[in-house]
Design a protein around this ligand. Structure first.
Ligand SMILES: NC(=O)c1ccc[n+]([C@@H]2O[C@H](COP(=O)([O-])OP(=O)(O)OC[C@H]3O[C@@H](n4cnc5c(N)ncnc54)[C@H](O)[C@@H]3O)[C@@H](O)[C@H]2O)c1
Length: 409
């Protein structure tokens, strides 16, 4: 295991794609306790662009070479899902801490192999996304309120998660990224959105069982060719504005792709606290209206309701107003106004709101330097992964899937 008795963590990044250049690299480059030692991409021009834009010290085309030769303590794995298990295991074998973008894996054997190896090696690992996790102070706050009984007994809950990456009738499909979002080993839209099960767990605690139906609903899509991203990156000069999302949503989608994995799944989750509810991951015509469709978790209890996304990050009404920090004239407690995101081409995070890419990066570095266990660790990733794997298994067998993992949360 790599010892980091130092004030800086040396980081390598594999995958110089959209998520790396839009979110992680601009943040890593300005962190005082990080040295951006290396970047790696199969596409040499992308790695070279990240040296130029973000000041990385070295560029690699081969991940194994970066792991074996670069002077790094930790690696950020930001490649397409088909590489995640292989890259994580290579990092662990070399004693590198890591951040792994979603999904951790698309089956339990792979996810368990990663989790066991991390624990055995005593490394720090963060499994994204941390947006709906105890790392987000709003989520930790909501979990506390629910634990204290702000909703009473949960009657039922419902969550609709969809892609809001396009304006118009393109059914919320990702505008680029065949390998990341459409290929069979990407896990499809189901595994693109661990945000959905994580949102439920974040507020209600661990899951006990899953019953589900899953299918490929919309097989034919058009995306923006990869060359457009290369052109964008080649022309980028400001590291703080290298966000391809700002332009890709308006570019013509001229490349035909097939959705090869589940893009429409309806899961009934039974939570360990007895709550039962539905979670739908699928496409919608875009835009919808505030509070409808994407991201709108609603939880109904004997003492109150908790609604996400109805113009606020979250809103609660309860007979236990004494538990709420404040209420408006109608009795609702609101967290953070969000504005009307329903018409946004690509909703930007509300200024000052939790930015999961930055928070995860900071948290991993802090945990490495202080030798602390991350909050969004392999146990968290394993449980959220199992909720999605459970959806696939239940849909295939027609039987209820009993969860084998749990969380102390
Ligand atoms: N784009 C986003 O906003 C976003 C948000 C959240 C999570 N993610 C996740 O991040 C990951 C990457 O997504 P993306 O949108 O950046 O995809 P992307 O296709 O833009 O980037 C992936 C990059 O990895 C490189 N790559 C692929 N195989 C490689 C290999 N063997 N060795 C080295 N480099 C390799 C590709 O050349 C490409 O540049 C996915 O798992 C996705 O689910 C993306």
């Amino acid at each position: 295991m790599t010892q980091t008795n130092q004030s800086k963590v040396k980081v390598g990044v594999v995958g110089c794609g959209v998520v790396a250049t839009a979110y992680y690299l601009p943040y890593l480059m300005q962190m005082e306790n990080v040295e951006l030692s290396a970047v790696c991409d199969l596409n040499a021009a992308r790695a070279a662009a990240c040296v130029r834009l973000f000041g990385a010290k070295a560029a690699y085309q081969d991940y194994n070479a970066m792991i074996e030769q670069a002077d790094i303590d930790a690696v950020f794995i930001l490649t397409a899902p088909g590489t995640h298990v292989r890259f994580a295991l290579k990092a662990i074998a070399a004693g590198k801490h890591f951040l792994l973008q979603k999904p951790m894996a698309t089956n339990m054997e792979d996810a368990r192999t990663i989790a066991d190896a991390v624990r055995q090696a005593g490394l720090k690992a963060i499994i994204e996304p941390s947006s709906n996790s105890p790392l987000d102070p709003d989520m930790a706050h909501l979990r506390d309120l629910v634990r204290q009984g702000v909703l009473g007994d949960i009657l039922w809950f419902s969550l609709g998660a969809t892609g809001s990456t396009s304006y118009g009738p393109s059914l919320g499909s990702n505008p680029y990224g065949q390998a990341a979002f459409y290929a069979k080993d990407s896990g499809g839209f189901l595994f693109d959105l661990p945000y959905a099960p994580a949102n439920i767990v974040c507020v209600l605690g661990p899951c006990q069982s899953v019953m589900a139906q899953a299918q490929i609903k919309v097989a034919d899509h058009h995306i923006v060719p990869e060359a457009e991203y290369d052109r964008f990156l080649h022309q980028a000069t400001d590291p703080a504005r290298a966000n391809y999302w700002d332009v890709v949503v308006d570019l013509p989608r001229t490349q035909q792709v097939r959705m090869e994995a589940v893009d429409n799944a309806y899961s009934l989750y039974e939570m360990a606290n007895g709550a039962v509810g539905a979670c739908h991951v699928g496409r919608t015509f875009h835009p919808t209206l505030p509070g409808a469709g994407g991201g709108s978790l609603q939880i109904f209890g004997t003492e109150g309701n908790l609604i996400f996304g109805a113009g606020y990050a979250a809103s609660i009404i309860s007979t236990r107003a004494d538990l709420l920090p404040s209420v408006d004239a109608d009795g609702w407690y609101h967290i953070h106004p969000r504005g009307d995101r329903s018409k946004a081409k690509w909703p930007q995070p509300t200024p000052g709101a939790f930015n999961y890419y930055h928070a995860s990066t900071q948290h991993l570095i802090d945990c490495i330097l202080a030798d602390r266990e991350p909050l969004v660790n392999v146990d968290w990733g394993l449980h959220i992964t199992e909720m999605m794997v459970g959806t696939l298994v239940s849909s295939r067998t027609g039987c209820k899937y009993e969860m084998t993992t749990t969380l102390d949360y």
